[in-house]
Design a protein around this ligand. Sequence first.
Ligand code: PRP
Length: 211
Amino acid sequence: MTASPIKIALAKGRILSEAVALLERLGIRFPEIETSRSLDIPSACGRFLALVIRSSDVPTYVSRGAADLGVVGKDVLWENEDEEENLLELLDLGFSRCRIVAATLGGVVPGSPVWRVATKYPLFTERVFQSHGRPVEVVKLYGSVELAPRAGIADAVVDMVETGSTLKANNLEVIEELGVSTARLIANRVAYKTKNEAMMDLLPRLEEALR
Ligand code: PRP
């Protein structure tokens, strides 16, 4: 009997190319994964199936068992802590490093008692500011977050920074660093047991490739 393929959810966008390059170093190739319109792509060897999905959906796919493994940023895991019960974080892959920061126009600390904070990370933002004892009103956005202060709908943003050029272009300066994120390999807890042989074969090879 042929074993069913290991399903691996890969976050679209920044992480995808590096995840694909890493897997390629192990001889696991997904032909045309970055150009194909198909969203589930079998590996050339047939032992893996890549599911190419939005980064924020990766924890959901993996925790519900639709994917056995996933590659996603730690920032997304921080935002999806409600899924973590069914997830195991197996490896820090080191790439797609970015900082999660709070920033304001010109780096001026807002004077209002309740800061309005625009972000793609509403739960993370609530949690972090609550732990600082700072009341905030979270303004949930889906992108172009850096525009919000100039557009007058927020006093601050919480967002990820890679090169810093988006902050700079929007006159924003960091007032606090809230975390450093890198890509992580995650697994569904049940799949980690039921497909343990395949995972135990993959993990040391990944670790070796990362050295
Ligand atoms: C991310 C992030 C910042 C930008 C940071 O947005 O939300 O806007 O990248 O990168 P930088 O520090 O290198 O300028 P993304 O490109 O994912 O697009 P989005 O705004 O549509 O979410």
